[in-house]
Write a protein that binds this ligand. Structure first.
Ligand code: 3MF
Ligand code: MG
Length: 344
């Protein structure tokens, strides 16, 4: 498979049992080793980790036990010819994070969030990656008057600074999302993420991860969100998927809802040589209707869709496009793109 210099990753949570808020699992769990085989079979290069994907039950373990288990995980990756792309602290499941992690009103909860994130940094170091993704899942409110948004912003900045100081090699990519699980999140867009990063104690070590569905949920265009970060060399990873309108976060296969929107994401990534900068991460879920033995096709489809769109992007007649832009004939440009997308 020609990958045009791109490397691809996904997280073990993207092979899942199909539970949703209204119904139980519909597929058996795969073991971690079975999942690693899927990475190999489908041609992926790297694994994205939540801290406890790498070291289960880390809250109950000593620092040395965490390091030992993380090293064992690294060997398992190596056995499969894989590397870790990033580690993300899972700050949304523990009872301490019910009302937020870094922005909780409870100082003990805030302390827990910092300690947990330091452990995630330790795990990343052992796995051989200095990239931490911060999806700030519960940093926001269900009840707007329940927290002070100015103070919350300062608390987020303080948390980022504490982690940068804790590990001088660490790079933090903030993954914004406007809602879900919170009603309203504090860092809903790339603009918010980068503003926070530029205020940090070492701005060179704070960047961003753009997820397609999260941008759509914020009413924004994912390709433009990526471009904004690319303009400042701050796009350190992506979570490609798709999203059908303003509803729950669907994590549909890349390009399956809006092909042109997918094309434009690939276009800005390819035009800005993203293959030299970061990995193409997928954050896609199999439809609940997929039987167990067919529940990895969303990953296959997304990767292949990306590669097909790279081919479309690279096949475009640049000279013709520039002529059309100069002539301000955007309808003809529209037709040129639609023709390319329909094989014409
Ligand atoms: C939620 C997400 C998350 C993050 C992941 C890594 C479960 O909408 O997208 O996936 O991507 O936690 O940061
Ligand atoms: Mg994501």
């Amino acid at each position: 498979m020609e990958k045009y210099g791109y490397r691809f990753s996904f997280g073990p949570w993207n092979i899942h049992e199909g539970a949703d808020p209204f119904g139980p699992p519909v597929r058996p769990s795969l073991t971690f080793d079975e999942k690693l085989k899927v990475f190999n079979d489908l041609g992926f290069d790297a694994v994205q980790f939540h801290d406890d994907d790498a070291v289960p039950d880390l809250d109950d373990l000593s620092a040395s036990e965490i390091a030992k288990q993380a090293r064992a995980m690294r060997r398992r990756l190596e056995d499969h010819g894989l590397v870790a792309e990033f580690v993300a602290p899972r700050l949304w499941e523990h009872p301490m994070t019910i009302d937020g992690a870094f922005t909780s009103n409870d100082p003990k909860a805030r302390e827990y969030a910092i300690e947990r994130s330091k452990k995630a940094a330790d795990i990343g170091r052992e796995l051989g990656t200095n990239l931490m993704v911060l999806w700030l899942a519960r940093e926001g409110t269900y009840m707007r008057e329940a927290k002070d948004a100015v103070q919350a912003t300062h608390r987020l900045l303080e948390a980022v600074n504490t982690l940068l100081e804790y590990d001088p090699q660490l790079r933090i990519a903030i993954e914004p999302k406007p809602n879900e699980p919170m009603d309203l999140a504090y860092i809903p867009t790339i603009g918010h993420a980068l503003a926070l990063g530029f205020q940090a104690s070492d701005p060179s070590r704070v960047g961003a991860l753009v997820e397609t569905a999260h941008a759509v949920l914020a009413g924004l265009d994912p390709a433009d969100e990526m471009s904004f970060a690319l303009a400042f060399d701050k796009l350190w990873s992506v979570h490609l998927n798709d999203q059908n309108g303003l509803k729950f976060d669907q994590d549909r296969s890349f390009g399956s809802v809006d092909l042109r929107r997918a094309f434009n994401q690939v276009r800005v990534l390819d035009e800005n040589r993203f293959y030299e900068k970061g990995m193409v991460g997928l954050d896609v879920k199999a439809l609940r209707t997929q039987p167990a033995e067919l529940a990895t096709k969303h990953l296959r489809n997304s990767l292949h869709m990306f590669l097909r769109l790279v081919e479309v992007v690279r096949s475009l007649d640049r000279e013709r496009i520039n002529e059309l832009i100069a002539a301000r004939d955007y309808e003809e440009l529209d037709w040129l793109i639609l023709s390319a997308l329909t094989g014409g």
